[in-house]
Design a protein around this ligand. Structure first.
Ligand code: NAP
Length: 272
C-alpha cells in the first residue's frame, strides 16, 4: 500500500535503466503504479521481456528496449523510441550498474574500467542525451542511484565507490547547470537491500548476511528505495534538487560502526 495518491504521476513518462531486475524493477513498478508510463532498458532481452509482462499484468503501460548504456547510439535509440511512442519524457532514473566485489589488488584494469563505464559514463550518456532530446526544452526529473560510500574507503568496492562518487558529483553539477531549464536532479544512495543480486554476491564473498551492522537492524527493502525515488520525482519535492539521499537505515552516519554491538555494550555499562 502506497502512502502516495495513485495518480500523482498520471500523464508522465519515465525511463528506468536496469529496470528489469532488482531495485530498478521495483522503481519501474512504483512509478507505473502511480500513473507513469514506463520504459525499462538494459542488455538482456529475456529479463526485460519477463519484467514487462509483470508490469503489464499490474496495469502499467510499459515499453522495453535492449540498450547498453555505455553506448550513446543505443541510448539515443531508447530516447527516440520513447518520444516516438509517448511524445514526452519526464523522468529518467539512472539505476543500471555493474558490480563485483574484489580487493583492489584483484581488480584488473579492464574490470575497473567496465564498472566505471557502466556506472559513471552510462549515467552521463543517459543524462546528457535525455537533456538534449527533451529535458532542456521541457524540464523534468533525473534521479541517479549511487551507493553510500561518499567520503569513505570502501573495501572490495574500489571501482564501484570511485564510479558512484563520480555519479554523485554529476548529480550536483547537472542540478546546477540544468536548474534554469526546470530540470531537477537528485541522487539516492541505497544501503544493503534485501533480495538483490548485489547484496547476495557481496554477502557470499565476505561470508556475512543480514543487516546486523545497520543501525535500524535490518537490510532495506526494494520498495523503500522506490518510494524515495517516487517522492523525489513528485511535486512534493518540487524545490529539492542537487541532493543525494542516503536511504540506508543510518549506516552512513554510524561513524564508529558500533550499531551491532550497542545492545551488549549498553547492558554491561555501569550507571554513572
Ligand atoms: P541489479 O539487479 O544487478 O541491476 C542492475 C541492472 O543494471 C540490471 O538490470 C542490468 O541488466 C543493468 N545493467 C548492467 N549493465 C548495464 C549496461 N551496460 N547497460 C544497461 N543496463 C545495464 O542491481 P541492484 O542491486 O538492483 O542495484 C540497482 C542500483 O542500486 C545500482 O545502481 C546499484 O549500484 C545500486 N545499489 C544497490 C545496492 C543493493 O543493496 N542492491 C546497494 C547500494 C547501491 P543487464 O545485465 O540485462 O544489462
Amino acid at each position: 500500500m502506497s502512502v502516495f495518491r495513485e495518480d500523482i504521476l498520471q500523464g508522465r513518462v519515465a525511463v528506468v535503466t536496469g529496470g528489469a531486475t532488482g531495485i530498478g524493477s521495483e522503481i519501474a513498478r512504483t512509478l507505473g503504479r502511480h500513473g507513469a508510463r514506463v520504459c525499462i532498458c538494459s542488455r538482456k532481452s529475456g529479463n526485460l521481456e519477463k519484467a514487462a509482462v509483470d508490469l503489464e499484468a499490474d496495469g502499467i503501460e510499459c515499453l522495453w528496449l535492449v540498450c547498453d548504456i555505455r553506448l550513446p547510439d543505443q541510448v539515443q535509440h531508447v530516447l527516440d523510441e520513447v518520444l516516438a511512442r509517448w511524445g514526452r519524457l519526464d523522468i529518467l532514473v539512472n539505476n543500471a550498474a555493474g558490480n563485483f566485489p574484489a580487493p583492489l589488488s584483484r581488480i584488473s584494469p579492464k574490470g575497473f574500467k567496465t564498472v566505471v563505464d557502466i556506472d559513471l559514463l552510462g549515467t552521463y550518456n543517459c543524462s546528457k542525451l535525455a537533456f538534449e532530446a527533451w529535458l532542456r526544452d521541457h524540464g523534468g526529473d533525473i534521479v541517479n542511484i549511487s551507493a553510500p560510500f561518499e567520503g569513505k574507503g570502501a573495501a572490495l568496492q574500489a571501482h564501484v565507490a570511485a564510479a558512484k562518487a563520480g555519479v554523485d558529483s554529476l548529480t550536483r553539477t547537472c542540478a546546477v547547470e540544468w536548474g534554469r531549464h526546470g530540470v531537477r536532479v537528485n541522487g539516492v544512495m541505497p544501503g544493503p537491500i534485501a533480495d538483490t543480486e548485489g547484496v547476495e554476491r557481496f554477502d557470499a564473498a565476505i561470508g556475512a548476511s543480514g543487516g546486523s551492522s545497520v543501525p535500524l537492524g535490518r537490510e532495506g527493502a526494494r520498495s523503500e528505495i522506490a518510494s524515495v525515488v517516487l517522492f523525489l520525482v513528485s511535486e512534493a519535492a518540487s524545490y529539492v534538487s542537487g541532493q543525494v539521499f542516503a536511504v540506508d537505515g543510518a549506516s552512513t552516519v554510524d561513524q564508529l560502526g558500533m550499531a551491532s554491538r550497542l545492545a551488549e555494550l549498553e547492558a554491561a555499562w555501569p550507571e554513572r
